[in-house]
Design a protein around this ligand. Structure first.
Ligand SMILES: Nc1nc2c(c(=O)[nH]1)N[C@@H](CN(C=O)c1ccc(C(=O)N[C@@H](CCC(=O)O)C(=O)O)cc1)CN2
Ligand SMILES: NCC(=O)N[C@@H]1O[C@H](COP(=O)([O-])[O-])[C@@H](O)[C@H]1O
Length: 220
């Protein structure tokens, strides 16, 4: 079944959320945003959702005794909207069993590296320190293994002489927006299934991640 309803999880500025909102406004994405949920009450992305008329909820991780309690409340909050797909767009908390049991196989994350390289955080600095000639971003299914879920799509950019983590991040950002929009569009047009380590699109196995093309589309 393809995706019709989406809940987006954020923690920060929300530029990837904004890219999804703009793509829906431009009728490139045929979907409904059920809600935007942030673990940080001060996340600027919440204002972007409100301005787009999307319901927002804050589940502040600092208000819970432990991770499990936060995870349960987050899972209950997301489940109220019964989304077809949960999109982590700059969501900065590691999810536990409550979220994974309810949404695994229909929860995706945008990660700023060419997975499996550089799982976790601080990916730009790590890529530069390794002397990589290219960097990029990945969209993958969320599993218990942090940033270890099957990778759906990727976008590559060259590392340029003199790059700093900030310059590399700034150059990747617009391509991340393109990648996330194209990947969510894929979910709205095709049944994309996971897991046990592999992905199918239209019931056909995906042998390797889809590479974002210059026209900001995925080759499907
Ligand atoms: N179970 C999973 N949870 C999450 C995944 C995943 O693949 N499996 N992806 C991450 C997203 N992510 C990188 O793409 C990521 C986010 C956060 C962290 C992290 O170390 N978070 C710290 C807190 C940091 C903060 O609050 O600023 C933590 O949770 O203790 C690593 C990777 C989303 N969740
Ligand atoms: N580990 C997850 C992670 O680092 N995600 C990164 O957070 C940023 C969110 O930006 P945004 O809030 O402007 O969309 C994006 O660069 C995304 O790759």
């Amino acid at each position: 079944m393809s995706t019709r309803t989406v809940t987006v999880l954020i923690s920060g500025t929300g530029t990837n959320l904004q890219a999804l909102i703009d793509a829906r406004q431009a009728r490139r994405l045929d979907l409904e945003f059920v809600q935007v949920v942030s673990n940080r009450p001060e996340a600027p992305g919440l204002r972007r959702a409100q301005q787009a008329g999307i319901p927002v909820t804050v589940v502040d991780h600092t208000e819970f005794a432990d991770r499990e309690a936060f995870d349960r409340e987050l899972a209950n909050t997301v489940a109220q909207g019964a989304p077809d797909l949960v999109v982590l767009a700059g969501f900065m908390r590691i999810l536990g069993p409550a979220m994974l049991q309810r949404f695994e196989n229909r929860m995706i994350n945008l990660h700023p590296s060419l997975l499996p390289l550089y799982r976790g955080t601080d990916t730009y600095r790590r890529a530069l320190e390794a002397g990589d000639r290219e960097h990029g971003a990945s969209v993958h299914f969320v599993t218990a293994e942090l940033d270890g879920g099957p990778v759906i799509s990727q976008v590559r950019i060259p590392v340029e002489t003199g790059d700093t983590p900030e310059r590399l991040e700034a150059r990747l950002a617009p391509r991340e927006h393109d990648l996330l929009v194209a990947t969510v569009e894929l979910f709205t047009r095709h049944p994309v299934q996971c897991c046990h380590g592999s992905i199918t699109i239209d019931d056909k196995p995906l042998a390797r991640p889809l590479e974002l093309q210059a026209d900001a589309r995925l080759p499907v």
